[in-house]
Design a protein around this ligand. Structure first.
Ligand code: ACO
Length: 454
């Protein structure tokens, strides 16, 4: 083996066999191809191959019914590989554990987009370009001032990213690689600035401009925390922790927000608008918003001695879910959660143990030994411990998901561009199975169509 590089994947699906389907209504048998991706890729059939299955020529043909996309591949992708049963996560073939230990966030962002690790000159240019696009138009400041002091930072983020679209109308040229390039650089560069500005607005603090001498994460921390000091020096353990957390959150294949970005992007809108949609999807408590909910749940539990009662309430369906537990894809320990738990230990060694760590550990122990959670394969996900780290870095609870959004922008953009370059992709437009009324004549129940407001 040595240093020999593996052959790059073809990126195409291979036909590996056929599947025979017998229609009991007609006694006809149809043969559909079985397709497979890379060596570890899953198998699938083309849903369109089912369309030939019908009882008469004027029938529409068979579809698949799959609410919440439980078993439907919406695309082929060469970016992220997850084996949910084994707890494996890789970006472009590289194990997440190795990337978290040895890489930087911007190196990972390059890797996600380009498929290979950058050579030094490529990396230098990438870092330079992102560093020099961190400033946002001054009007963005005025725009943010319009929000109330207690506006949720994710609401502000979502609107601010969407607003960027109006500053860069040329970003609509999504089929021009140069236009895509500058949009991607702008988005990666400006997300930390927008995030930090949202934070400063909610604290009533003046906005801090980017400092081009600092690294991506140092600059972000400077824009968040700098007060009157001429040069901000971030705590190195915070810089390291944030870099690792950004890497862990960079991509996660076809999750809710990434699917949203792909679906919105498939209408050929500009990437700023598509990413704003991703931020909106991430905001939800079942997705990125879970990290915020974990701390709210822990605060509600209040004391380690209340954990058994809380677990009983979750199981009895009386309380909420156990936030930070469970995952659509992972049916074993989320590999990111393992790294985060270790990272939390390192951060707590420096800043002191978070007061709620004991509750979190007790919750984890209780759930991992409880038949309800074991039988449903519910394990801690990435969000279970991230909140405790963020809080020890003095980030407010409602800001946690914003940190997630900054990191995930790298994955959203890589997935968006992959979708645009995929010749098989078209505007995303799922089918439905209509279960409503048949045709019926209109018969209004109104006696007054334009009543005066009372
Ligand atoms: N606590 C208690 N029970 C749970 C939990 C939980 N956290 N998660 C799932 N379950 C139960 C469900 O009630 C269901 O039980 P049932 O079979 O008796 O009805 C069973 O486990 C299967 O759960 P589903 O809801 O069908 O799983 P799904 O794949 O749809 O949901 C999700 C995945 C949304 C992540 C879910 O586990 C959840 O809500 N977790 C809490 C929120 C959370 O931590 N989200 C972050 C996910 S990671 C991320 O997005 C970055």
């Amino acid at each position: 083996m040595g240093n020999t590089q593996p052959t790059p994947p073809s990126g195409e699906l291979r036909a590996t066999g056929t599947l025979d389907i017998k229609d009991s209504r007609t006694d006809k048998t149809y043969s559909v191809q079985i397709l497979q991706g890379g060596p570890e890729g899953d198998t699938a059939t083309r849903a369109m191959d089912l369309r030939q299955i019908k009882t008469s020529p004027d029938e529409f043909g068979m579809m698949t019914y799959d609410p919440a996309f439980m078993n439907t591949a919406s695309c082929k992708s060469a970016i992220t590989f997850i084996d949910g049963d084994k707890g494996i996560l890789r970006y472009r073939g590289y194990p997440i554990e190795q990337l978290a230990e040895k890489s930087t966030f911007l190196e990972v962002a390059w890797l996600l987009r380009n498929g290979e690790l950058p050579a030094q000159p490529e990396y230098d240019k990438w870092v330079h370009d992102i560093t020099y696009h961190t400033y946002v138009h001054e009007n963005i400041k005025t725009f943010l001032q319009g929000f109330r002091y207690d506006a949720h930072p994710m609401s502000m983020m979502c609107s601010a990213v969407a607003a960027l679209s109006s500053f860069y109308p040329e970003a609509k040229n999504i089929h021009d690689p140069a236009s895509r390039d500058i949009s991607i650089i702008r988005l990666l560069a400006k997300m930390p600035t927008l995030a930090a500005f949202c934070y400063r607005h909610s604290k009533g603090l003046p906005f801090i401009y980017p400092d081009n001498d600092l690294s991506y994460t140092e600059n972000f921390l400077s824009m968040v925390a700098r007060m009157s000091e001429p040069k901000y020096e971030a705590n190195p353990i915070f810089v390291k922790a944030l870099e690792i957390l950004f890497i862990l959150h960079a991509d996660h294949e076809q999750n809710c927000s990434t699917s949203a970005v792909r679906a919105i992007g498939s209408s050929q809108v500009d990437p700023f608008s598509a990413i704003a949609g991703g931020v909106a999807a991430l905001y939800g408590p079942l997705h990125g918003g879970a990290n915020e909910q974990v701390l709210r749940m822990i605060a509600e539990i209040g004391d380690p001695k209340n954990v058994p009662k809380f677990i009983d309430e979750v199981k009895g369906g009386k309380g909420s879910k156990l936030m930070g537990f469970g995952h659509r894809v992972y049916k074993s320990y989320d590999p990111r959660a393992k790294i985060v738990k270790k990272l939390a230990d390192e951060v707590f060694k420096v800043v002191g143990v978070d007061k709620d760590l004991e509750i979190a550990l007790k919750l984890e122990e209780a759930a991992l030994n409880d038949e309800y959670f074991v039988s449903r394969k519910l394990y801690p996900n990435v969000d279970f411990y991230t909140g405790l780290i963020y809080r020890s870095m003095a980030f407010p609870t409602d800001f946690f998901t914003v940190l997630f959004a900054v990191a995930r922008t790298s994955g959203w953009l890589a997935q968006w561009e992959e979708m645009l370059n995929d010749k098989e992709q078209k505007i995303a437009r799922p089918r439905q199975i209509y279960v409503g009324y048949g045709e019926r004549p209109f018969a209004s129940k109104l006696t007054d169509r334009f009543p005066k407001a009372k």
